[in-house]
Design a protein around this ligand. Structure first.
Ligand SMILES: [Zn+2]
Length: 331
């Protein structure tokens, strides 16, 4: 094993790593941090990197070899709590347990770190409970929240956090990482980097989890079906899909990239399209509709995603977006 095995490396987002490291080294590290940015762009990885940095006892923090760094990665560090179950909503009881932990002195490390992922999905009770901790933070406590969009959180929470917003990475950076770090063959890395729209976490999951790409294909098939469905069938589909908010988000994100591609093709720019594996269908959609229509659907899907992050009723939200899609007798 090499010395670097346990270090949580952040790929891209260099400015964010440097900013936080500089603040930490200068003793100005924020006690409450909000990492914002799209699904699977790297927020949780940056949070883990920072959790290592805060309690690392080695040189060149985070060193990735000291006991503390190893424990953060294995999830056994008594002072570092990371809540990142993507299928679970954060509940008030979890926040209360956490608050109890945070009120105690660190056991091994210099400070207690709590990472609360997907905080936009926390219940109102959980968010309000956390507010108390953010208002009166203990001295050796750092709280890191992740969420796609600060606008989806209580303003009183956001105003107490330093906000760091991560942007999608350039496709060639995602491709290089897939090849160099995950050993992906060049052609596959290129395709996944393109499909990921700059979200390395998405690309890695697509590479390592076969069902991930199968789910993507299923949503593309759904889109094909939706284009041929009547209003009532679309509403029934919306009811079904909106039961799983995570699946809904993935679907909307995918369909958004599809309609962006249609818009690009329709306006004559083929170079930047993302979904190369769906090119025939993209061409067909582009030939059937206008630029204005594609543009309007892109806006509706963007709005639907934004609304989801702001806790607007998922089903109504999806219905509005689906009813905007054109209807074709055959597709
Ligand atoms: Zn270390």
């Amino acid at each position: 094993m090499t010395e670097q095995t346990y270090r949580v490396d952040v790929i891209g987002h260099q400015w964010a790593v440097e900013l936080l490291t500089r603040q930490h080294n200068g003793g100005r590290m924020p006690q409450s941090l909000l990492l914002a940015g799209p699904l699977n762009v790297g927020k949780a990885t940056l949070a883990r990197h920072f959790a290592q940095l805060l309690n690392c006892t080695g040189d060149g923090k985070p060193c990735g070899v000291c006991r503390s760094c190893r424990k953060v990665v294995s999830g056994n560090h008594p002072d570092v709590r990371i809540l990142d179950d993507e299928h679970e909503t954060l509940k008030i009881d979890q926040v209360r347990d956490l608050q109890h932990e945070l009120s105690l002195s660190p056991v091994e490390g210099r400070c207690r770190v709590a990472v609360l992922c997907n905080f936009e999905r926390a219940t109102a009770g959980a968010a309000n409970a956390l507010l108390k901790t953010l208002e009166e933070p203990a001295s050796q406590v750092v709280i890191i929240l992740t969420a796609p969009d600060p606008a989806g959180l209580l303003p009183t929470i956001v105003s107490r956090c330093q906000i760091v917003t991560l942007r999608p990475l350039p496709a060639d950076q995602v491709q290089a990482a897939l090849q160099e770090k995950w050993g992906a063959p060049a052609a596959q890395a290129e395709l996944l980097a393109s499909l990921s729209a700059g979200r390395l976490g998405w690309a890695v999951r697509a590479l390592t989890d076969e069902s991930f790409l199968e789910r993507r294909q299923a949503r593309l098939d759904d889109l094909r079906d939706l284009l041929q469905m009547h209003r009532a069938e679309r509403l029934a589909y919306a009811q079904q899909l909106s039961r799983d908010v995570l699946a809904l988000k993935e679907a909307l994100t995918l369909w958004l990239t599809i309609w962006r591609d249609v818009l690009l093709l329709r306006s004559g720019s083929r170079a930047a399209i993302v979904n190369h594996d769906w090119q025939d269908s993209l061409q067909l959609l582009a030939s059937k509709g206008s630029v204005a229509q594609a543009g309007e659907i892109v806006l509706k899907l963007q709005q639907a995603l934004l609304n989801l992050d702001r806790n607007v009723n998922p089903r109504l939200n999806l219905e509005v977006a689906l009813l905007r899609l054109p209807r074709y007798a055959e597709f």
